[in-house]
Design a protein around this ligand. Structure first.
Ligand SMILES: *[C@@H]1O[C@H](CO)[C@@H](O)[C@H](O)[C@H]1NC(C)=O
Ligand SMILES: *[C@@H]1O[C@H](CO)[C@@H](O)[C@H](O)[C@H]1NC(C)=O
Ligand SMILES: *[C@@H]1O[C@H](CO)[C@@H](O)[C@H](O)[C@H]1NC(C)=O
Ligand SMILES: *[C@@H]1O[C@H](CO)[C@@H](O)[C@H](O)[C@H]1NC(C)=O
Ligand SMILES: *[C@@H]1O[C@H](CO)[C@@H](O)[C@H](O)[C@H]1NC(C)=O
Ligand SMILES: *[C@@H]1O[C@H](CO)[C@@H](O)[C@H](O)[C@H]1NC(C)=O
Ligand SMILES: *[C@@H]1O[C@H](CO)[C@@H](O)[C@H](O)[C@H]1NC(C)=O
Length: 399
């Protein structure tokens, strides 16, 4: 299906470049872009969730009242949480928001709304959490505070130390604003529930090291997600209910609440390639695979990497690594543009859009009665015709 389009496109691009380590779906790039991100759709939030004991849970979704969303970057314009998978040593993190941003803007500013600095041991508007609480078979472990190691439980909010989160361990970052009432929707009662980071015009910046995991080099299969570091965003509702539930009613993820993978190693074969993937129903009915940008950014184990993702009201998501990145309390678009511009220079831009026809059969269970669209049936009701997503990679030149 859509993957074929991308594969063909990427092989054309690969053939134009020399000295790439070839792989069917991979092109080295400096900047990975999604254009036309955001659509009119809906997802089904969890309305009830509870771990009844260590084995059973009770979850429901309100199928009569989906969340209907629309507009640039939707549904990722809702609050999102930030997730880290090791091996990764997070040195700095910042969330920024702006009144307005379109890719290439040189006027306007970004305001930092959350910040963490490992070496200074400071955190503002940041809460470090992990799936280290009460274990329930259908929900997994509850999301609660972690201590400075990032992988053990703490009784209270604690600033993460300068540590390397090991392979397969995950860390969650939320704001320091606790969910007080219904505004966060349902959340697991035995977890710690915080707000995520809001905005359509929002930016997440990171300084980090993703050192190679050499512990089990001779037996890679022993550890799940061995040496596959990642940084990604989820609709903040997802971790507040359950990230990896056995019961599909315990998370809004599968109905399309939204996930954006910023930097993700997908497998050990390409352990030094960071891919970026969108997981919702824009342009695909296969949320598990999602829409992966066909470029990748280079992971340099042992070096400090700097970069992140910028989302704008023009429906752009720009994922980049640039040593120019700095996490100041205010960032002008002039500076941001200076970081991004060189990444575009002298490179091949992939202009082709993937326009994907939607498979209505597999989503026939979605009710149409609440649809904002005018089409009478299923998927088309909310997705309309001609919804497509553009993916562009800026390839490194002919090095
Ligand atoms: C590793 O992941 C990349 C990106 O998704 C994919 O193109 C490649 O085929 C994968 N390799 C293996 C061996 O699974
Ligand atoms: C951006 O910040 C600069 C320096 O702080 C300031 O001079 C300028 O007025 C700001 N621009 C906007 C649009 O807020
Ligand atoms: C957390 O609280 C429990 C119960 O009050 C206490 O026994 C334990 O020592 C505390 N742990 C830490 C790390 O403070
Ligand atoms: C931070 O941690 C890394 C390894 O995790 C270490 O190499 C580095 O020296 C530490 N920096 C400081 C200032 O402690
Ligand atoms: C902290 O983050 C929350 C949630 O996104 C936001 O509402 C709040 O304004 C932030 N606080 C500051 C001081 O920026
Ligand atoms: C999920 O919720 C739906 C609607 O409330 C219900 O019909 C279904 O049985 C539930 N599934 C599970 C596995 O609990
Ligand atoms: C960025 O900095 C890292 C670490 O200092 C270095 O290894 C890398 O070569 C730099 N990249 C560029 C493009 O200058």
């Amino acid at each position: 299906m859509k993957l074929e389009i991308l594969a063909v496109l990427s092989s054309i691009l690969v053939s134009e470049a020399v000295n790439f380590k070839r792989s069917e779906y991979s092109n080295i790039a400096n900047l990975l872009q999604f254009e036309n991100l955001g659509y009119n759709g809906r997802y089904y939030p969890v309305s009830e969730i509870e771990a009844l004991n260590s084995k059973d849970c009770k979850c429901s979704k309100d199928m009569e009242n989906p969340v209907v969303f629309d507009g640039p970057i939707a549904p990722l314009n809702e609050e999102v949480s930030v997730h880290i998978r090791g091996p990764l040593n997070l040195l700095k993190f910042g969330w920024y928001h702006s009144e307005s941003y379109k890719f290439g803007n040189t006027d306007g500013n970004w305001t930092r709304g959350a910040f963490y600095d490992a070496l200074e041991a400071t955190a503002e508007n940041v809460t470090f959490l992990g799936n280290v609480g009460f274990e329930n078979v259908c929900l997994g472990q509850a999301l609660i505070h972690v201590d400075e190691t990032g992988i053990s439980k703490a009784n209270d909010s604690t600033i993460l130390g300068n540590v390397t989160i090991p392979s397969n361990y995950e860390l969650t970052i939320m704001s320091d604003l606790e969910c007080s009432g219904k505004e966060c929707g349902a959340f697991r009662p035995d977890s710690e529930a915080y707000h995520g980071f809001y905005g359509t015009n929002k930016m997440f910046l990171f300084e980090f090291n993703a050192p190679s995991d050499l512990r089990e080099e001779d037996n890679v299969n022993k550890t799940w997600n061995y040496d596959m570091p990642a940084i990604w965003l989820l609709n903040a509702q997802i971790p507040r209910t359950s990230q990896y539930p056995l019961n599909p009613n315990c998370s809004a993820w599968n109905s399309g609440a939204g996930e954006f993978d910023i930097f993700e190693v997908m497998n050990v074969t390409e352990r030094n390639h960071f891919f970026s993937t969108l997981h919702d129903f824009q342009g695909t009915d296969d949320i598990g695979t999602g829409i992966q940008n066909f470029g990748y950014l280079e992971r340099t184990p042992g070096a400090v990497m700097k970069g992140g993702v910028v989302f704008g009201e023009d429906g752009s998501a720009s994922v980049f690594l640039s040593n120019s990145t700095s996490l100041d309390s205010s960032i002008s678009n002039n500076d941001l543009n200076d970081w991004l511009k060189p990444l575009e220079d002298g490179v091949v831009k992939a202009e082709t859009l993937s326009t994907v026809s939607l498979n209505t059969a597999s989503v026939s269970s979605i009710k149409t009665s609440k649809s904002k669209g005018d089409a009478p049936s299923g998927f088309q009701g909310s997705f309309g015709n001609g919804i497509f997503i553009t993916i562009a990679s800026f390839l490194l030149g002919m090095l």
